[in-house]
Ligand binder design. Sequence first.
Ligand SMILES: Cc1cc2nc3c(=O)[nH]c(=O)nc-3n(C[C@H](O)[C@H](O)[C@H](O)COP(=O)(O)OP(=O)(O)OC[C@H]3O[C@@H](n4cnc5c(N)ncnc54)[C@H](O)[C@@H]3O)c2cc1C
Ligand code: FES
Length: 265
Amino acid sequence: MRLYDKRCEIKFITSLSDDTYHLGIVSPEISESCIPGQFLMVRVNDDYEPLLRRPFSIFRTEPKEGIVEIVFEVVGKGTKILSERRSGEFLDVLGPLGKEFKINSKNLILIGGGIGFPPLFFMADFQKSENRNVVFYYGARTKDGIFFEKELGRICNKLIITTEDGSLGEKGLITDVFIKDLETGIIRGEAEVFSCGPTAMSKEISSICKRYNLKSQVSLESVMACGTGLCQGCVVRVENAQKSEYKLVCKDGPVFDSDIIIWED
Ligand SMILES: Cc1cc2nc3c(=O)[nH]c(=O)nc-3n(C[C@H](O)[C@H](O)[C@H](O)COP(=O)(O)OP(=O)(O)OC[C@H]3O[C@@H](n4cnc5c(N)ncnc54)[C@H](O)[C@@H]3O)c2cc1C
Ligand code: FES
């Protein structure tokens, strides 16, 4: 797959909440070639501070218009600067990067926690013409952390929302609702699980899937300097054929079979 390093015009940037933004850039090449699970490395401005690009999952593409979209939360300097950029300005963007989700089943269970939902939205959107059964579990702390609910409702066969304070959907943790559905037999047939979210959630999903004998893939996050396998700064420990080794989240992932990950406490 080709990798593009492009100077891309910002088509739109809109705020979805106090600290969450939806950004669309123009890049027909990236838009046509990226697949769900992949990410972009974005240089947030043309200065030397911050020097490094920041990684963001691809949220959606509009290949006809050549647009690639991300959704991001402001957590530090880079994302703050990015949130202040305006349409018509330009960003240096490298992508598409990383390994995608690999689908082997007709029944897909997508589990997104907080700002981990964008790559799963892309997957659901990508699958809508494939005649697969897509169930989306989407969890956040409060209703203010749930985005694109209507679109998800349209593109998925079933959408289950949970919030920790009960302000939208079922009250509780997404993992508890997922277990409940497994216990009550709502989830039937052979299904594959795909998840992305906070590490604690991903670790718990991985353990639940092992217990219920479900195949699962997880998209991991890590602080990344290069995004291309050069700096060796994004390692994750995995166990492969009973041998422990290190993999790079940017190059070997970000999507991994969750049962090979050695979750650090
Ligand atoms: C493959 C991948 C896909 C991602 N997709 C998205 C996405 O779709 N939307 C989104 O909002 N964010 C996403 N992220 C996280 C995003 O890259 C970071 O939030 C961003 O780089 C922070 O930059 P900053 O300069 O604002 O924060 P910094 O000032 O660099 O750091 C602020 C705080 O955030 C922590 N932090 C920085 N990077 C990460 C990270 N990767 N994971 C966990 N904590 C981090 C730092 O330790 C620090 O505590 C993704 C990360 C990866 C690796
Ligand atoms: S970010 Fe440099 S090797 Fe992964």
